[in-house]
Design a protein around this ligand. Structure first.
Ligand code: FVH
Length: 284
């Protein structure tokens, strides 16, 4: 295996390959990063070209998409499978796929659903899309990083899934951060509030997502779930008002209130949360 990029994530990827017994060559722009890999038997290449020449499977994990192209530019990628695990947009992934394929490589784009400490563990999974034959050939090797999930031949799809899940995560963190700021405004200790109430509440609310998804796929199920949008929109103003009165910036809450208001104004006051999903679409 070759791993380009020894940031926190690239280092975790290299460590997982080494732990699984794969001879692993690494390159990093700044030499000497992650010295702990040396005692695990890693081979250090002095140039990206040397690292790419070392193995057929080349995993790239750099900070941003632009640097993938500049790092690989001019290198001979003939016969290589490039697995790009750098965070990217679907459009960036499609462009990089086109470019890498023209340079002679098979290309897989990936979206890592794990933090570095999770790599190689049971909760880590990684989206892949692009060259399906390359995925089939390498999925067993890639599975040492996290459960591989191939989501389609369009190289942009892994980035789409990745960004969708990151969006959900940031929405959840934003809500939790706001809740903690409210608690702190009355000196409620964060640990007790979080463990006793915040986590159980969010966990219970997660249970409503499959029904929302079912409504989106099949149309709303007969019989409201008991929390229609007109009711939710009427109560939402209190979240903004209470936050402001407590000295907590309501900025993270305001867009959801606006979405509920728009959805009700469009005639979906009796509907459940799935109706608001469609209001987010700005293009078909
Ligand atoms: N860490 C995480 O929690 C997340 C989990 C999900 C996936 N992301 C994405 O993974 C990519 C790498 O993230 P990272 O955590 O490894 O990031 P850093 O520790 O900051 O390391 C960045 C590496 O990128 C190299 N690099 C930066 N600029 C260039 C450049 N112009 N040319 C070549 N390499 C470059 C940097 O090298 P150096 O600064 O040591 O020389 C590091 O190796 C990222 O897309 C996340 O969104 C991580």
């Amino acid at each position: 295996m070759t791993v380009l990029g020894l940031g926190a994530m690239g280092t975790a990827l290299a460590r997982a390959f080494l732990a699984a017994g794969h001879p692993t060559t690494v390159w990093n722009r700044t030499p000497g990063r992650s010295p702990e890999l040396d005692s695990l038997g890693v081979t250090r290449a002095t140039t990206a070209g040397e690292a790419v020449a070392a193995t057929e499977l080349v995993v790239v994990c750099l900070l941003i998409d632009d640097t993938v192209r500049t790092t690989l530019d001019g290198l001979d990628l003939t016969g290589r499978t490039v697995v790009n695990l750098t965070n990217s947009t679907p459009e960036q992934a499609r462009n990089t796929a086109r470019w890498a394929t023209e340079a002679g490589a098979r290309y897989l784009d990936g979206g890592i659903m794990a933090v570095p400490a999770m790599i190689g563990g049971p909760a880590a999974f990684i989206f892949y899309s692009g060259a399906e034959d390359a995925f089939e050939q390498h999925s067993a090797d890639l599975s040492v990083l996290g459960r591989p999930a191939f989501v389609g031949a369009d190289p942009g799809l892994a980035a789409l899934y990745d960004i969708a899940l990151l969006s959900a995560m940031y929405g959840m963190f934003g809500g939790a951060q706001h809740a903690l700021a409210l608690a702190e405004s009355e000196r409620v200790p964060a640990v007790g509030f979080t463990n006793e109430f915040l986590v159980p509440w969010l966990t219970a609310m997660l249970g409503s997502l499959p029904r929302m998804a079912q409504d989106l796929d099949d149309g709303p199920a007969p019989g409201a779930a008991g929390s229609n949008l007109a009711m939710q929109s009427a109560a939402y103003g209190n979240l903004i008002d209470a936050s402001t009165a407590q000295g907590v910036d309501p900025a993270l809450l305001v867009p959801m209130g606006e979405l509920l208001r728009k959805t009700v104004a469009a005639g979906h006051g009796d509907a459940d949360m799935s109706a608001a999903v469609r209001m987010l679409r700005t293009a078909d």
